[in-house]
Design a protein around this ligand. Structure first.
Ligand SMILES: Nc1nc2c(ncn2[C@@H]2O[C@H](COP(=O)(O)OP(=O)(O)OP(=O)(O)O)[C@@H](O)[C@H]2O)c(=O)[nH]1
Ligand SMILES: [Mg+2]
Length: 716
């Protein structure tokens, strides 16, 4: 590619609900720009963008793709993104790398859930926005209601930039409202004069001088309008609407001209805000797209390629780089060399000698570059998307023994690529648990594990991470005594347990309310311990050395074993204080092991006498559905022990329902919501707090756990 300047670059992300035709539009654009020889097709599995096996199989984009092409002397970086909410992480990252978002709307379907979400994210990031109404050749298009819906949902700044000629099977072209044909055209789908005056009003409003001229002279020239248009787009005052049929290649050429003429160059866009910390102070700065400025970029995507190794995709916001420029990472404070800069085009890459502010490119084999990392030698941080907290969990086991390690390594690689995917080992159940946005999300991960790494797994529902605690005071004691020939074992422990408040935030607080002399006059503070992870306080009130000092740590350990393993149903415990007040030793037979066992049994007895209960995780659920499904969603939530907190109406006839629900009731909510709303609902779910499990459910869980423990004992 010839030498180009910041002004020649256009970074544009295509976002919108699934099946609106983003990928098809890009395939058509590539063909028109002569960047490919044959036009790719999603339906035939020949798309240039949807090249991954899973994408071909499902005919949907899963990962964001970067295309680099030259068109009319400009360098375009076009980003294709997934429309399924299940892969939203990729779309959010892509938006952070561009200055213009093209929001693609499916003409017959109208504004869908993910369209709204991504439009709002683009607005929040203060990106320029353009709307494309695609599938204009399809049946059942209600054009005027659709435009009204767009303006109601996204605001009056959304104005027609074109008027379509014909709709559905008759759709044959578009008329540019800045240059309408002098002597009318027949077959226009909308009123040109009205649309043109709306567009003009919106544009001139952003420039006072032009507004003056418009008011006095009644019209303005196309040149005037073109001049202020970038500023109108950058401020969000104008969000132009275009019409295309990607499939029939109608309106695409005109839209491509708009990408060159109207979409912003990095130099025209609002400067990207960032924060810089120095000497403990954090200040907000803005980054102008200046190729002679300081080097600042951001990693917005990571890919572990089987052949190339790790690829990190970078958006440069300021400065310039050549292939031997070290890559500074503000997070680690270190600089690393890369084997060179790579221009990315779909699945192919080729070396490039230089990158300037505004460029999007990749580097290979630079370890420890994570999504969101800022490349800067100062402590600068560019903002990151807020990703939804994944809550859809599955426990997985290898199909063939011996694959454990390979599986957890491969999953860790996939987690690096996907900020909405987590892999953890449950410390209690020892299960390997993967958590994603939805069932579909985890299905894809599993399919890739098989295809990319030849690893197969079986999945099952992970155990809900219940907790145990007590609700009353209790007492317990135990004498552990064994006389088997030789040296025996002896230890005796007496203790009391107390419920502690659930929210203790510091050691200072626990010393104020529990570990102190007012409460326990005999206290020996030097032997007291507070374990914040379990909110567990250990108070030593031994008088006269009835438990010798050297065995006190063993008593603490014995109690901790029960805290970890539970007393009721095998779940970890929390919020308990224990007072050890009496015991006995034996001059020969006492040992650490004996006291640990005695403490364990005594502590367990005390807990069981202290009205123990199970706690369960409660999540905050936010469900968005078209209004007509509200009743059905609410009545379903009522069967799930949900506490509805509030309901909101959103433009576009949508309802948002917020509720707190036990995690155990919504582990498979995706499928349920899908069938209630015919796939038109979406939800997010995040951890809220722990709450007591109702008695009858607790009984079932305890019975199940007791049975499982008995069976395990029999096996041993
Ligand atoms: N009739 C018609 N069909 C189209 C048009 N554009 C795309 N399609 C079809 O719509 C389906 C979805 O197209 P895609 O390009 O994969 O849509 P997408 O927005 O990339 O979908 P995701 O990748 O899931 O977000 C395919 O079957 C396309 O052939 C169009 O302009 N007219
Ligand atoms: Mg796609």
């Amino acid at each position: 590619m010839a030498k180009y300047r910041v002004e020649d670059i256009r970074n544009i992300a295509f976002v919108g609900h699934s099946a609106s035709g983003k990928t098809s539009l890009l395939d058509t654009i590539l063909f028109r720009a002569k960047a490919v020889e044959r036009r790719g097709s999603v339906d035939e599995g020949t798309s240039f963008c949807d090249y991954d096996d899973e994408e071909k199989k499902r005919r949907a984009t899963i990962d964001a793709k970067i295309l680099t092409l030259e068109y009319r002397g400009k360098k375009l970086h076009l980003l294709d993104t997934p429309g399924y909410p299940d892969f939203i992480g990729q779309s959010l990252c892509a938006l952070h790398a561009v200055e213009t978002a093209v929001v693609v709307i499916n003409a017959p379907a109208g504004i869908e859930v993910n369209t709204r979400r991504l439009y709002n994210e683009a607005k929040r990031l203060e990106l320029a926005r353009m709307i494309v109404i695609n599938k204009m050749d399809a049946d059942n298009i209600q054009l005027e209601p659709l435009i009204r819906q767009i303006q109601q949902t996204f605001g009056k700044s959304c104005v027609l930039f074109q008027v379509p000629v014909g709709v559905g099977a008759q759709f044959s072209g578009v008329v540019n409202l800045l240059h309408p044909p002098a002597n009318g055209l027949s077959g226009l789908a909308l009123d040109v004069a009205a649309a043109r005056s709306q567009l003009l009003d919106a544009i001139v409003e952003t420039d006072e001088a032009l507004m003056e001229k418009y008011l006095t002279e009644g019209d303005v020239t196309s040149d005037d309008l073109a001049r202020v248009l970038p500023q109108a787009l950058a401020s969000g005052a104008v969000v132009p609407i275009f019409f295309t049929s990607a499939k029939k290649d109608i309106g695409v050429a005109e839209f491509m001209d708009a990408l060159v003429d109207i979409a912003l160059s990095p130099a025209q866009a609002k400067p990207r805000p960032a924060t810089r910390s120095s000497n403990g102070k954090v200040e907000t700065i803005t980054l102008a797209a200046d190729e002679n400025g300081p080097l600042v970029g951001q990693v917005f995507k990571v890919l572990n390629d089987r052949f190339v190794g790790i690829l990190s995709f970078i958006r440069l916001f300021s400065g310039h780089m050549s292939s031997d420029t070290p890559i500074p990472n503000a997070r680690t404070g270190k600089s690393q060399r890369s084997p060179g800069l790579l221009q990315v085009h779909g699945k192919t890459t080729k070396p490039m000698s230089e990158a300037i502010a505004g460029d999007i490119f990749a580097v290979a084999k630079v370890e420890d570059l994570r999504i969101g990392d800022t490349l800067a030698s100062d402590a600068i941080q560019l903002p990151m998307p807020t990703f939804p907290t994944p809550m859809y969990g599955l426990a997985i086991e290898p199909k063939s023994r011996g694959d454990e390690q390979k599986i957890s390594q491969s999953l860790a690689k996939m987690a690096e690529e996907d900020p909405t995917f987590k892999v953890t080992r449950d410390p209690q159940t020892r299960e390997l648990v993967v958590t994603g946005v939805s069932q579909l999300h985890l299905d894809i991960i599993q399919a890739r594990l098989k295809r990319r790494f030849e690893l197969e797994v079986v999945t099952k529902e992970p155990k809900i991470p219940y907790r145990e605690t007590i609700t009353a005071q209790g007492e317990g004691q135990h004498r552990h005594k064994k006389q088997t020939g030789g040296r025996g074992q002896f230890g005796e422990v007496h203790l009391r347990v107390y419920p502690l408040p659930r929210e203790i935030s510091s050691e200072e607080e626990i010393r104020k309310i529990f570990i102190n002399k007012e409460r326990f006059p005999e206290i020996r503070e030097e032997f007291c311990v507070y374990n914040p992870e379990y909110n567990f306080a250990f108070v030593d009130c031994i008088v006269g050395g009835v438990i010798p000092n050297q065995f006190i740590p063993a008593v603490y350990k014995g109690c901790m074993e029960v805290m970890e393993k539970g007393a009721l149903a095998g779940y970890r415990m929390q919020d308990i204080g224990v007072e050890v007040y009496f015991g006995k030793d034996h001059p020969v037979d006492s040992s650490e092991a004996a006291f640990k066992t005695a403490a364990r049994v005594a502590f367990k007895n005390a807990v069981l006498s202290a009205k123990p209960v199970l706690l369960e995780p409660i999540v905050l659920l936010e469900v968005t559905v078209p209004s007509k499904f509200t009743g059905a969603v609410l009545s379903d939530l009522n069967t799930r022990r949900a506490r509805i907190e509030n309901q909101d109406t959103l433009p576009g006839d949508l309802q948002v329902i917020r509720a707190r629900v036990p995690l155990a009731e919504v582990t498979r909510y995706a499928a349920a919501l899908g069938s209630i709303t015919q796939g038109q609902g979406s939800y997010t779910m995040e951890f809220s707090h722990y709450d007591q499990v109702p008695a009858h459910i607790q009984q079932q869980i305890v019975a199940k756990a007791t049975k499982a423990a008995e069976e395990e004992e029999e096996e041993e």
